[in-house]
Design a protein around this ligand. Sequence first.
Ligand SMILES: [Zn+2]
Length: 143
Amino acid sequence: MTVARFWRENEPRYNLTGAKCGNCGRLYFPPRTVCPVCHRKSIGKMEPFKLKGTGEVLTFSVVHDAPSQFELQKPYVIAIIQMDECIRVTGQIIDCEPSEVTVGMKVQAVIRKLGEEGPSGIIHYGYKFMPVIAPSAPEAPAP
Ligand SMILES: [Zn+2]
């Protein structure tokens, strides 16, 4: 499978797929087709990799003056997440009150509806982050 085809079939917004430079090993999210450090040396060497989706809040801000498409959910929290892979991702924190968000809070990425577009009702999905309450118990083995 070519790299270009991979990107088309695996929309990074849906599954948190980044890119790894095959030349220097740096990780990027959103994925890049060329490493900004290696430039030409990285062409054709960028490899997809999937983020685990977990990380912690590095910094955040509570947005009170939301654009109209966010009216129903304001105030909301936009945070910079330090992912476990040591790359930073900006995203909205959901499923908790803005007052509950703290620096260092563990979060995990989830896929949520972002909005609907016009009368055609095209629904956009993307990643957001929700607090990790507790490690989920392993599934009981089937008898
Ligand atoms: Zn590189």
